[in-house]
Every structure is written in C-alpha cells, then in structure tokens.
Design a protein around this ligand. Structure first.
Ligand code: BG6
Ligand code: MG
Length: 211
C-alpha cells in the first residue's frame, strides 16, 4: 500500500445508514407536508444535518425560522437515533472488516472522516469504537463536505500530510472535499463515476489492490 494512512467516510462506505437517514427525513417531511423522495435523499449524501434540511425545505412553500429549523433537525435526529438502535456488529459487512484488518496488518493507519455527529455512536453499534487510529467527524468541524476540513483534521490527527493519505468515499461531495484538500481518493457508487476520483472501485476488498 503506497499510502501511510487511509481516511474512510463512514455512512455508505463502512456501513449502510442511508436507509435510516431516508426513513427519518421522510417521516419529518410527511409530517410537514413536504414532498421528499429517494432522488432528493441522494443529494443528502455527505452533507451535514442542517444543510440536508435546507435541501428538503426547497420543496416547501412555507418559510421557517431558525428556531423551527433547529427543532426539525432535532426531531429528525431523534427518529434517526432510534432507528440506529437496531444496528449491531452484524451490520458491518464481513468484506469491510477483513479488508480493514488486512490493511492494518500492512501497517497502514486507519481513520474515519465523516460529516456525521453520530459517527461515534454508529461505530459503537458496529463494535468498532476502539478500532480506528483517529476519528474526525461532525463534532470537530465547522464546515461540512465538500469542504476538505473533516479530512484535513483526520490527517492532522494521524500526524500525516494529505499526500500520504487516501480518502475512501461514496459521495461526490466527499470526493470534491478530498481533491480540494490535496488527497488521492477511492470511490464507490456515484463516487466511482466522478472524474476527480483517483481509483474508481466496485467493491471494498479492491482497496487491497491499490499499491
Ligand atoms: C453523513 C451522511 O455521513 O452525515 C449525511 O452521508 C448526513 O446524509 C450527515 O446528513 C450528517 O449526519 P448526522 O448523523 O450528524 O445527522
Ligand atoms: Mg458517505
């Protein structure tokens, strides 16, 4: 492996929380009478909670105050956290765990770079609370992806330079963040189709082939 560190996005890379985010936002949107579907949900990938809410409110004819928006975001998060309660280590794909273990054996430092304020909670559910060498998440940043802050912080926590790290992402916003921060990137799903992605991949185990 030519990189000293790998920074993994969490939602959509290590685990699949998209369905829970979707269900929680859908319940809120239905309550407010706002149209919301899976296509709009795709635009929320990698984007912070408040920015996600703003995207959902684009379909609303009503204008809401800052306090109302904060209340909506809190309601969504409450529903989301309840849904996360069902997550267990069985929700960590085997391919992900064995690949992470192999990379670690090669001496690569492993970090999380996630926009989520629930990242540590999710890692706990998956049995990975003490696994990573560093965690940079929604609680230590002021700007969400596509800003590179979350990855720059992760590299700093690993005491590595961006050029020494690979960022692994499923969202185009994350690939933009990695590129702007000076990182090479590997991308799955929509991120594999992005022309800025250094290594377009179709499966997690393919990370082992990057050398
Ligand atoms: C990202 C997800 O990882 O975290 C986004 O891809 C989500 O969809 C964002 O909006 C913020 O998550 P949270 O858990 O802080 O509401
Ligand atoms: Mg993601």
């Amino acid at each position: 492996m030519k990189y000293k560190g790998i920074i993994f996005d969490l939602d959509g890379v290590i685990c699949f929380t998209d369905k829970y985010h979707y269900l929680a936002w859908k319940r809120l949107a239905d309550k407010l009478g706002i149209y919301f579907d899976e296509t709009i949900n795709n635009r929320l990938r990698g984007v912070s909670r408040m920015e996600s809410l703003e995207i959902i409110l684009e379909k609303s004819t009503k204008k809401y105050s800052k306090e109302e928006k904060e209340d909506f975001a809190e309601q969504k998060n409450k529903m989301y956290v309840e849904l996360l309660e069902d997550m267990t280590p069985a929700d960590l794909p085997k391919e992900v765990k064995t690949t992470l273990d192999d990379l670690r054996k090669q001496g690569v430092l492993l970090a999380i770079g996630s926009s989520s304020k629930n990242a540590k909670r999710i890692l706990k559910h998956l049995g990975l609370e003490n696994y990573f060498d560093a965690i940079s998440d929604g609680t230590n940043i002021t700007k969400s992806k596509p800003d590179p802050e979350v990855f720059l912080k992760a590299a700093e926590y690993l005491q590595l330079e961006p050029q020494e790290c690979l960022v692994v992402e499923d969202a185009v916003a994350g690939i933009k963040a990695a590129t702007d921060g000076g990182f090479d990137s590997a991308g799955f799903g929509e991120a594999s189709e992005c022309e800025m992605t250094t290594y377009p991949l179709s499966g997690f185990a393919e990370l082992r082939n990057i050398n």
